[in-house]
Structures are given as C-alpha cells and as structure tokens.
Ligand binder design. Structure first.
Ligand SMILES: [Zn+2]
Length: 380
C-alpha cells in the first residue's frame, strides 16, 4: 500500500493520503517475516486449508442433495436449509475469501478457482474483488471509499452519513435486513454495478471479455442449482421458501461477522478527507484504529469464521492464510504494546454484539447524551 492512493476518479471525492510508514509498521513487517522464516509452514498452502475446503464443499453437496432429493418432512427440509445457509457463509469466509486475497496458495490457479466458489454461491467475483480488496481493505471505515458502510437509506453505520428519522429504530430492524443482503446481492447489486460502472461513488472498470462472460456464466450456474433444477422436482413456492431461508441465514451470518469487526463503538470512522488533507496515521495504524477482533479463544469460531474473528491480523496481513492469524496475533499485540498503538478485542461474541447494537442505537440517535463526541484523530 502506498502512502497516497485514491479509490475514486470522482473529483468530488478527494484522495485518501496516509502518513508515511512509521517505525511501528516497519517492526510489524520485520517480525511477521521473522515468524515465517522460523516456521515450518509458508504464508499459504497450509494443509488444514485443503482439509477445510473438502469438509465445507462436501457439506454443501450433502446438504443440497438432501434438500432437493431427500424427501424430507417440512421441518427436516427447513433445518437442512438453515444448515445450507451456515455452510454457504462458511465457504465464503474460508475458501472464497482466502482465494480472493491470494492467501490460499502460491499457485494462481488454485487461488482463482477457490475464489470462484463465490460465483457458484450466486455472487460475482469480479465486483467483489474491487469492492472488498480495493475499497474496503485499502480505505477501511472511510466514508465514500469503503462501500461496506453503505447499506442503503435504511441504515446509518457511520457518524458522517446523513441521519433520517427512521434510523432511530435501526438497532431493532437492521438485524432483519441483514438477512436480505445476500438475496439483494444475487438478484440486484452485481447487475446494478455493471450497468452503472461503479460501486457506490467509486468508478470501476466494467468487466469485459472473460470477466463479463464469467459474470453471466456464474449467475446461470447458480440459478440452475438454486432454481431451475429444484423446480423440476418441487413446486415453485417451496423452492422460493427454501432459497429465501438459506440465503437469509447466510446473509445474517456474513453481515454480523463484518459488523462485529468494523461497526461498533471501539472502531474509528475517519471522515472522508478534504482536499489536501492527510491522514495522520500510517496505513497499518489506520487498520488497527478501524478494526476490532472478537472471541479469540473460541476454536470453533476461529475455524468457522475463517479467522475473521482475528480481523486485525487479516487486515494487516491479507495475503497470509488465515490459519496463521492466532499465532500472528501474539506478535501484533506485543508490537502494539511496545509502540503504544491501541489493539481492540472483545473477549466474547456477546460483548461484540452488544457493542454493535449500541453503535446502531447511537448512530440512530445522534443527539443522545450516550453518543460520545466522536474523535477525528486521524485527519490533519
Ligand atoms: Zn478480506
């Protein structure tokens, strides 16, 4: 990451400029390199990843087969659809996400095909790559650049977004709307991005050639398995009901894991920069200011969430397999302590969920005395 970059060609959205690399970041890089010099494993191609992928893709095939051809009673089919939603989110966290960051393997083709699991699940890898790698990771929690903060007019996640009267209830209703995000993504977002040639206010090169073919081929393959094939065996209302149920579960899990990392009281939300201003933090410090870990001692969550409960380590070292995050977190915490850089972590999911709930309430009640005067330390 260079110290001066912009996600946007829109002249109304000024460039984001980070401070030059600090001794803290230098130390972090050196210690990460020393860790892998001493480790018997490289940054990628960890054997556990291949085992995980086999378990998750096997669970996807098994639950889908059971749902379509299992002859289950309604309650058995509903339980299987819920499980299918859990598995789809798990593939997103573990297989697709590492592939998309090129953290799965040193072989480009393995990263590419693991990343394509997103297209199999109904999303589009081309637009996700721009939205996630270029906008979210580079400009975390910065308005107009990190489009993960933009959930539509019904949600206000950042103190710099416009407040509407309805937001006063968002701490209650937004949890339900999280469940609809995946369906919106499947049926609307990718086509809208293609038509507009931008994500949020950020112009994106439209997919051409293979990428454009891949977009439509992926949507067709997903539609075949999600709708056309089941419709051959079941009435349309059952196919629709179980599609919505599985995607609702997947959407809630994906959204909540993201929100617990970035949209809560401990995270910083620097305003979009004004022309000529510079972030006083360097890029690594910015990632630590805007990202929060949760439940680091839960082996199950570390396994299921693809290490995204160690979101700080993911943001600092996105090209490292997530299997290494728990070990790297010790290095990061020690370095933060040594250089006086805050490291935010909630010990449990419950504490993290409560913090997100309170953040939603505060963003819905900007006049409330419970709203802390939000610091803007990272802009000069
Ligand atoms: Zn990521």
């Amino acid at each position: 990451m260079s110290e001066s970059q912009s996600s946007s060609a829109d002249p109304a959205v000024p460039k984001v400029r980070f401070a030059p690399k600090t001794p803290f970041t230098e130390a972090l890089r050196q210690r990460e390199a020393a860790f892998f010099s001493a480790s018997r494993y490289g940054r990628t191609d960890h054997p556990f990843m291949y085992l995980k992928t086999f378990v998750l893709l096997g669970s996807l095939v098994a639950s889908y087969t059971l749902l379509v051809w299992g002859g289950l009673p309604w309650w058995g089919a509903a339980g299987t659809a819920v499980f299918l939603g859990v598995v789809m989110a798990g593939i997103g966290f573990n297989v697709m996400h590492d592939g998309g960051h090129r953290a799965y393997s040193k072989h480009a083709w393995i990263n590419r095909w693991t990343f394509y699991s997103l297209d199999l699940l109904g999303g589009n890898s081309y637009f996700w790559y721009w939205k996630h790698n270029h906008l979210h990771h580079a400009y975390t929690n910065i308005d107009h650049h990190d489009t993960d903060l933009e959930v539509g007019a019904l949600g206000r996640l950042s103190p710099h977004q416009t407040h509407h009267a309805l937001h006063r209830y968002q701490h209650l209703y937004l949890w339900f709307l999280y469940g609809l995000l995946v369906i919106k993504w499947h049926l609307f977002d990718d086509y809208y991005n293609l038509a507009k040639g931008q994500i949020g206010s950020n112009p994106i090169p439209r997919p051409k050639g293979w990428d454009l073919f891949h977009l439509f081929a992926g949507k067709f393959v997903f539609s075949f398995f999600a709708f056309f094939l089941p419709l051959y065996f079941h009435p349309w209302y059952l196919v629709l009901a179980f599609y919505v149920l599985a995607c609702f579960v997947e959407g809630v899990i994906l959204a909540v894991v993201f929100q617990m990392a970035h949209c809560l009281e401990e995270a910083d939300f620097p305003p979009a920069p004004s022309e000529g201003s510079r972030n006083t933090l360097d890029w690594s410090q910015h990632q630590l200011a805007t990202t929060v870990n949760f439940s680091p001692r839960s082996r199950f969550l570390t396994w299921y969430c693809g290490g995204l409960n160690y979101q700080i380590e993911h943001h600092l070292f996105p090209k490292v397999s997530h299997i290494h995050y728990p070990a790297l977190s010790k290095i990061v915490q020690e370095t933060c302590k040594e250089y006086g850089v805050p490291y935010h972590c909630h010990p449990t999911v419950w504490r993290s969920l409560r913090s997100h709930y309170r953040w939603l309430f505060q963003m819905g009640h900007p006049e409330s005395p419970t709203t802390p005067p939000h610091p803007v330390p990272s802009q000069s």
